[in-house]
Design a protein around this ligand. Structure first.
Ligand SMILES: C[S@@+](CC[C@H](N)C(=O)[O-])C[C@H]1O[C@@H](n2cnc3c(N)ncnc32)[C@H](O)[C@@H]1O
Length: 204
């Protein structure tokens, strides 16, 4: 029962508990997300894609800064909530939320200025292939932001969740290795709680 409730973090279900978790994540992740977003350079004409968008709060924020914002999530419940939260922008043709897996991003090569992933890469299978997809869809000089509460598996408050829900925690060194190999230029920031904002830039 306890575990089944928290599985909504990995893939929110179409149920009361799934929707409850999505609302909580929209609120509960905001402080971390705000800090992570501060490392991005956003221009009005940018196209932004938020992967594993959950309840859509980051999309709502990005719509105040950029002209077009897309979201992808493999949970129907996430797509529904993110679409509801951003319904006006969807009507105006500035936003689209797509149900899909980040392993295959339904975008053309070099079509996006900024890709973001908040509290989601822990759950991605074949992560290096997902990162290659991010590289493919980014324009030259595009930015990829990964923002995670957990940067080390042994970190306070992380290990018990990672063990229970069986997810991966990638250290800044792991990420630098994987992303540099693909061609990204990497930098990262850790706060006093060891929360991570990782910026990978696609250079020409
Ligand atoms: C912990 S929630 C974070 C949601 C949101 N980014 C936030 O910060 O509140 C993780 C989200 O990533 C989505 N997700 C996980 N793996 C995914 C994948 N391979 N493809 C698409 N979405 C994925 C889940 O469905 C869930 O909505």
């Amino acid at each position: 029962m306890f575990k089944s409730f928290f599985e909504n973090v990995v893939k929110p279900k179409e149920s009361f508990s799934g929707r409850f978790m999505l609302k909580n994540m929209n609120k509960g992740h905001e402080k971390l997300a705000k800090w992570g977003r501060s490392f991005l350079q956003i221009y009005k004409e940018d196209i932004i894609l938020d992967l594993g968008c959950g309840g859509g709060r980051n999309i709502e924020y990005f719509l105040t800064k950029a002209c077009k914002v897309y979201g992808i999530d493999y949970s129907k419940a996430s797509v529904e909530m993110a679409s509801f939260l951003n319904k006006d922008a969807i009507k105006a043709g500035r936003c689209k939320i797509i149900e899909g897996n980040v392993q295959k991003i339904p975008f053309k090569d070099k079509s996006v200025d900024i890709v973001t992933a908040f509290e989601t890469i822990y759950f991605w299978n074949n992560i290096e292939d997902c990162f290659k997809e991010v590289y493919r869809v980014l324009k030259d000089d595009g930015q990829f932001l990964i923002c995670n509460e957990g940067a080390f598996r042994e970190q306070k408050n992380i290990k018990k969740w990672a063990d229970m829900l069986n997810f991966e925690v990638y250290s800044p060194t792991d990420l630098t290795k994987m992303l540099s190999k693909i061609g990204f230029i990497c930098e990262y920031h850790l706060d006093d709680k060891k929360q991570l904002a990782f910026i990978a830039k696609k250079h020409k």
